[in-house]
Design a protein around this ligand. Structure first.
Ligand code: DON
Length: 207
């Protein structure tokens, strides 16, 4: 298999990616795109020139088995014809007064929903700009397992201790997601781009 660095100037992630776009009139696109991990199924559609994903892995592969890794063995996600598998991908547009205010999203499997939610909370409720919202520390909890993971170097030991004293199990781990977003500042009419510094292939650009 070729290394994509032979063709591109920068290393590009081999799995899920997200981009957000705004045009001069304020129309927005929010798109999360996935092959799943590691080049998807590694099969190229003949004559098409594109890789097929392996999202089939997001179906409930082992009925009835619910484990601490987050596999949930419920019947609604069983494989069947014409069904679509469970997905956490959450390309999101937040609107205000019927017009797009911001477009956001992220890769990260089951952490995507929490990453996206925290971006919205950071901007709308905590008054951060889109870039600050991207950089703020992230947490994740997905019911099963009953553990809250927190990004390393983002939360003080005091905060973690207080949270654990309330009975929560915590786990500190590396980065969560790779968010990309655009924001329309209604006060000055400017469009702002936010690119997550957690990864090396992010970027914000205006044309
Ligand atoms: O559809 C989903 O929720 C997952 N297959 C997405 C995978 C993903 O985000 C992996 N990227 N880091």
């Amino acid at each position: 298999m070729s290394d994509e660095r032979e063709f591109a100037n920068i290393y590009e992630s081999e799995d899920t990616t997200h981009f957000s776009v705004v045009d001069k009139d304020g129309n927005m696109v929010s798109l999360t795109y996935t092959l799943e991990n590691g080049y998807g199924s590694r099969i190229v559609a003949e004559g098409g020139g594109y890789l097929l994903n392996n999202e089939m892995g997001d179906f409930n592969a082992v009925p009835g088995v619910t484990n601490r890794d987050g596999q949930i063995g419920t019947p609604p996600n069983l494989i069947a014809p014409e069904k679509r598998m469970l997905s956490s991908m959450s390309p999101t547009i937040v609107a205000q007064d019927g017009r797009p205010l911001m477009a956001i999203g992220s890769p990260g499997g089951r952490t995507i929903i929490n990453t996206t939610m925290q971006l919205i909370l950071n901007v709308i409720d905590h008054g951060m700009n889109i870039a600050e919202a991207m950089e703020a520390g992230r947490i994740h909890h997905q019911w099963l397992p009953d553990v809250t993971s927190m990004e390393e170097r983002s939360f003080s030991p005091d905060t973690i201790n207080l949270y654990e004293a309330m009975g929560h199990e915590t786990r500190v781990r590396g980065r969560q997601g790779s968010a990309m977003g655009v924001y329309h500042d209604r006060e000055n009419g400017l469009f702002m781009g936010g690119a997550d510094s957690r990864v090396g292939d992010s970027g914000a650009a205006g044309y």
